[in-house]
Each structure stands twice: as structure tokens, then as C-alpha cells.
Design a protein around this ligand. Sequence first.
Ligand code: GDD
Ligand code: MG
Length: 346
Amino acid sequence: QLQPVLLSGGSGTRLWPLSREAYPKQFLALAGEHTMLQDTWLRVAPLDALAPIVVANEEHRFLAGEQLRQVGVEAAAIMLEPVGRNTAPAIAAAALQATAAGADPLLLVLPSDHVVRDADAFRAAVREATPAAEGGALVTFGIVAEAPETGFGYIQAGPGEGVREVLRFVEKPDAATAQGYLDAGGYYWNSGMFLFRASRYLEELGRFRPEMLDAVRKAFESAARDGDFVRLDRDAFATAPSDSIDYAVMERTDRAMVLPVDIGWNDVGSWSALWAVSPQDADGNAHHGEVIAVDSRGSYVWSRRMVALVGVEDLVVVETDDAVLVAKKDRVQQVKEVVARLKADD
Ligand code: GDD
Ligand code: MG
């Protein structure tokens, strides 16, 4: 059986001022009618999957459950993290929950803040990856690398077709290394979606990061349960080291496999990424909200009030109730510096 695990703990600071700590991007309808969390569920629902396990920050407990209910599903469990410890502990908590009653389902681990334009191709890929995951592999879904992005994991795939061996997994290499991989060919970006048996993940985590697994196990065993909520024990969970699945497990395991996919994937990590996945007019402008563009090109506007552009190119303009962002489109990675400064001023 297929157990979706929706990772919903990120803070999406590069999409400030829309995405906030109190309301990060997975809970926003950035790229369509539904929020990204809702789309993530709707994408897997036709696979005849179990109700999802959501792992989220304590602060977002109501948002997550409510948003899923709006699209017709009651989460099997909403695991609440008292503090963020990154994805390796979050997935461990979900794996413990999934195996608590003696079952050992395949976990389909999904970031809840990605765009996948071809949902059919995505589901076909999950089906194709299933036998390998049942056989004990930790399967990742690889995206054809297009640029030397440093925010992704890089996967060197073994020879063959379909699901194949991972020769090397390198999380977030520096720019020169990433360029080297592109030049060499045969490397894919890690999409951040995984398929593996719950027990297999726990086994691998126990092998590489036993202290982390211990801490999460304690937090899970002393968790307070109320309704759908599983509140991981604060003291125990806080002792878990903070690390991602990519560093903690995927770079080290010899059981990784990769299925290259072409599913219209985008991790919408920045305003320029959102511009790239949005419908654009003949001048390459995209917007959410009312815009009049005169002699303006390649810009993205997100606004509640009407925004007019005159004679500008490649800008991002985001207008919200309490903050306005104006940035060059190729500098939007630095929006996180704004957030850092705001935090420092707090
Ligand atoms: N519950 C929970 N708790 N979720 C978390 C936490 C946490 O502490 N930290 C992150 N997440 C969620 C995020 O909301 C996101 O949906 C997903 O887990 C991945 O975390 P990111 O922080 O966005 O990771 P990344 O983008 O830097 O890198 C990962 O994704 C890339 C593709 O977008 C890695 O898997 C890379 O290898 C990959 O290329
Ligand atoms: Mg991400």
C-alpha cells in the first residue's frame, strides 16, 4: 500500500513578502486555484493511496488539516514538530507512525511546495518506481538538470532505462562542481520526492544517524495524541540533530535508485521560478492580480491592488497588505537577505 507523506514544514522565505513564517508558501495558492499542499494531495489521490500523513510545524496545525479537508481528505495523522529539525527527522516520524500498527507501507514522500504540471506522468512514474521500492530500494525521482543550480541535489545515474542505480548523490554542490556535472552529463537533479518502504528508511537512518533515529523514536513514543494530531515530545525531538534526508541518508546509502522523470516539475523556490511556471503574455509578463503593462517585458507582478508597469524589464513586484517588494528578476535569491534583516531587527 502507498502511504503519502506530505512534508509541510518549510518556511519559504525566498517568496517574501507573500510567504511568511506564519503562512509559508505551501499554504498559498501561488500557481493556481488550490494551495500547493492541496495540489500535492490531489496529484496523488487517484493513485488509490492511503490518507496522507502530514508532517508540519506545530504553528501550522490548523492550516494543514483545514486545507486538506477542503479538498475532501481527512489526514491519517498530522505529526506536529515542536521545533524544525529538517527533513530526515520529519520523515522518520512519519515512518514510525506508518509502521506503528505493524504495517510496512511504501512511503511516498512529497514536498508540499512544488509544482508538477503533468500529474499523469507523475503518477505513471510512481507506479513504475513501485517494484524497485518494494524490493528495498530508496527511489528518488530525477529531473533533467538544465543549469548549474546550487540549491539542488545531483544524482549520477547508472546505465540503463527506467529505474536505475544511483552511482553518486551529491547534495547542493558549489557552482563549479554543479557546472562540472552538467558538462559531464548523466546527472539529474534530485526532485526531493522519494519512494521507499517505511522500515527500509528507518533501517538506513539507524545505520547512518543512530542518535537521530533514537531521538525521534523517543519523541514519537512520548507523543501526545489528540484527534489527528500527533504532538512529538518537545524535549526528545529537540535533541535530534537537524539534517536533511539528502545529507543524512541519500548521500550515504548504497540502496538508492533513481527514476528520471519528465513531469513539468518546478520547486518554485523563488519569484523568478514562479514567473517561469505562470502563463505569460506576449511580452513575457506574468501576473496574479490586475496589471497594466506599457512597454514592459519579462516581469512578474503579484498584487491585490492594481499595478501599472511602464518601461521596465525583468522586474518582480509583489504587493501585500503590509509590505511591497520590488526586485530585479535575476536577484530574487537575495530576498532571503531581506527576511534575515527583518529577523535581526525583531
Ligand atoms: N515537516 C517538515 N519539517 N518539513 C520540512 C522541514 C522540517 O523541518 N524542512 C523542510 N521541510 C519540507 C519543505 O517544506 C519542503 O517541502 C521539503 O521539506 C524540502 O525542504 P527544502 O528546505 O525545500 O529543501 P531544499 O529545497 O533545500 O532541497 C531539497 O529539495 C530539492 C528539490 O527542490 C533536497 O531534497 C534537494 O536534494 C532537492 O534537489
Ligand atoms: Mg525546496
